[in-house]
Write a protein that binds this ligand. Sequence first.
Ligand SMILES: NC(=O)C1=CN([C@@H]2O[C@H](COP(=O)(O)OP(=O)(O)OC[C@H]3O[C@@H](n4cnc5c(N)ncnc54)[C@H](O)[C@@H]3O)[C@@H](O)[C@H]2O)C=CC1
Ligand SMILES: CC(=O)C(=O)O
Ligand SMILES: [Mg+2]
Length: 372
Amino acid sequence: MLIGVPKEIKNHEYRVGLTPAGVKELIRNGHKVLVQTLAGGGIGFPDDQYRAAGAEIASDAASVFAKAEMIIKVKEPQPEECKMLRPGQILFTYLHLAPDPEQTRGLIDSGAIAIAYETVTDARGGLPLLAPMSEVAGRMAIQAAAHCLEKAQGGSGVLLGGVPGVAPGKVSVIGGGVVGINAARMAMGLGAEVSILDRSLPRLKELDMIFGGRLKTLYSTEDAIENELAGADAVIGAVLVPGAAAPKLVRREQLKLMKPGSVLVDVAIDQGGCFETSRATTHQNPTYGVDGITHYCVANMPGGVARTSTLALTNATLPFALALANRGWKQALLDDVHLRNGLNICRGNVTYEAVAHDLGYDYVPALTAIEA
Ligand SMILES: NC(=O)C1=CN([C@@H]2O[C@H](COP(=O)(O)OP(=O)(O)OC[C@H]3O[C@@H](n4cnc5c(N)ncnc54)[C@H](O)[C@@H]3O)[C@@H](O)[C@H]2O)C=CC1
Ligand SMILES: CC(=O)C(=O)O
Ligand SMILES: [Mg+2]
């Protein structure tokens, strides 16, 4: 199969869909790889390393999209990229369709086979291709919050770790999954007082077993969230209902419960955000204020630490990319229910139920669309 890797074009997005090591694996399996020039140039993977791994270098995105049978990317295709996709071409990348009707329309119209990293599953009920980036974003969320709390950034002037004789700051994490546990670990590592809220009691039990008394676990109700808002210096939004738009857990009028200069970090922004006042921001302009509360809502946080993120992401995606290339998309999806769960759009059909539901499309089960 001919696999294409375009350069990412989202604001300050330096990740790349395959590392030179990944290219080498695909080529060892008998495939060809076409990489757009400078696709990994910002993170220490120059064209020469891709050439040495056996890739051909293309001068622009148009030739990568025109030639490749499968496009491997990181971020959701931008409108100009959707237009370059063609019927039957495989797109393997993050999509986050539920909050993005324009992209969904573009992918339906393209006739492509769009497999979303974020809904591929594993045998333990996890999301193995979302997890590495959630680990990164969870850890970064605390760095971002700590920075936003500084006075020069419009913050309240609280140091999360405190100092001897002065109480530490308080961090509340809503959603105790992969983002949540990584945010909690970082915040505890800094010395902050940390609580974590989740709707899943088994998950809260697990977190309690791991961290003991160092972490306060709370069942997530509106009351519990309001109590947390009142005490917190930073609140991290880390909830997920897979594939669906994020539930709105904090309304605008509840911001007045918070201390002025406190911070909301909405990691769930790529699924539309879990605070009513959230709107997606970029690494260039990551924050804005609403009613005295700083909002950090960068939708591609891992892009900020793109080298670490690329290595972590491609460790997880490569086995699936190899399956798609070796067996072809139909057989690979038929053989593996977990990869099949990643299929969101197939030749004009919406094959992920939560996306169809949230955006008002007919839902066509993946197996039906694959076998059509
Ligand atoms: N902004 C960014 O750059 C990035 C964003 N993300 C996003 O972060 C979000 C979280 O991802 P993961 O931690 O991997 O998901 P996960 O599935 O591991 O964890 C989500 C947790 O939210 C909990 N939850 C669901 N509804 C809840 C509610 N009403 N109250 C409290 N908890 C609730 C679930 O029980 C689960 O434990 C996703 O939207 C993901 O796409 C992930 C990576 C990067
Ligand atoms: C998960 C995601 O949206 C990201 O890594 O940018
Ligand atoms: Mg994102």
